[in-house]
Design a protein around this ligand. Structure first.
Ligand code: ATR
Length: 273
């Protein structure tokens, strides 16, 4: 029997996950299918349970259901607990397990594909929503010198930091608003805000980019307003989030199949398309 997997979200038509997982399956000779499922906004749990009951082995979860997936999973990995969000569901005799591969996907893209060693670096993370929360723990595990969380609404960044520190213990995590960044310098600036989706760049003070720095947008699809602004402000390199998308998919694939698919050819294929 061919094993079934799916990505579930709303909207879902734009998802590249079916194409990515089909390529992984080909490259690793795994017998599986991977489909896209559109769930009604009030019908997430039902759609998951129907898919599992029909023999599904696992699912990826995307916008807007990652928090609901966390609530639905019977057990969650520590990184999913830290994120308070689940992007990977595993169905087994033990029920529904939840995990979150977004943060390790980001770290894999930064370190392996973009060749950045994060240890000792000064990192600025923009945003305090689900996207930022999901990558905090894996970024801190790389032992940066500093991780500064900045958000349009400063209090949201501060409460995310306080909540995180209360759970994870002491760590080099600072938080505040965009205007408090003036005078700071960073080796890596990651945009985890939704600004790119509105075709805007977060309003950052000038001078934030240290020599050799990288500006990384978690959104993908070419140069975003954040990347263009970073280029103008002297960031040495800019990257969009396509590599993170492929790497988080590879980590989910590994959780389900126990096999690590090669990501470089899949990323190259998507970039070429
Ligand atoms: P997600 O789950 O994708 O992180 P979210 O929880 O809605 O989405 O959070 C969106 C984030 O993008 C927030 O940090 C938001 O800032 P506020 O907390 O001040 O709302 C940020 N954001 C959205 N539009 C923005 C813009 N135009 N400029 C800067 N930040 C923006």
């Amino acid at each position: 029997m061919t094993d079934r997997y799916a990505v579930i979200g709303n909207p879902i038509a734009h998802s590249k996950s079916p194409q990515i997982h089909a390529a992984f399956a080909r490259l690793t000779f795994q017998d599986l299918t991977y489909e896209a499922i559109l769930a009604p906004l009030d019908g997430f749990e039902r759609a998951v349970r129907d898919f599992a009951a029909a023999g599904g082995r696992g699912m990826n979860v995307t916008v807007p259901f990652k928090l609901e997936a966390h609530a639905l999973a019977g057990t969650c990995s520590p990184r999913a607990e830290a994120a308070q969000a689940v992007n990977t569901l595993i169905f087994s005799g033990n029920g529904i397990q939840g995990d979150n591969t977004d943060g390790v996907g980001l770290v894999a893209d930064l370190t392996r594909n973009l060749g950045l060693d994060l240890a000792g670096k000064r990192i600025l993370l923009l945003g305090a929503g689900g996207a930022a929360r999901g990558v905090l723990l894996p970024l801190l595990e790389q032992q940066p010198a500093q991780l500064h969380l900045a958000n349009r609404t400063a209090d949201k960044a501060r409460s995310l930091r306080d909540e995180f520190v209360a759970r994870a213990g002491a760590c080099p995590l600072e938080a505040g608003g965009f205007d408090e960044l003036a005078g700071g310098q960073f080796d890596l600036v990651i945009n985890a805000t939704a600004a790119s989706l509105a075709d805007e760049a977060p309003p950052l003070p000038a001078g934030l980019y240290a020599p050799g720095s990288l500006a990384y947008d978690m959104v993908y699809g070419g140069e975003t307003p954040f990347m263009a602004a970073a280029r103008a402000q002297g960031a040495a390199r800019q990257a969009d989030g396509l590599g993170m998308l492929v790497e988080q998919a590879a980590e989910s694939f590994f959780l389900w199949r126990g096999v690590r698919p090669p990501t470089a050819p899949v990323l190259a294929q998507l970039r070429g398309a």
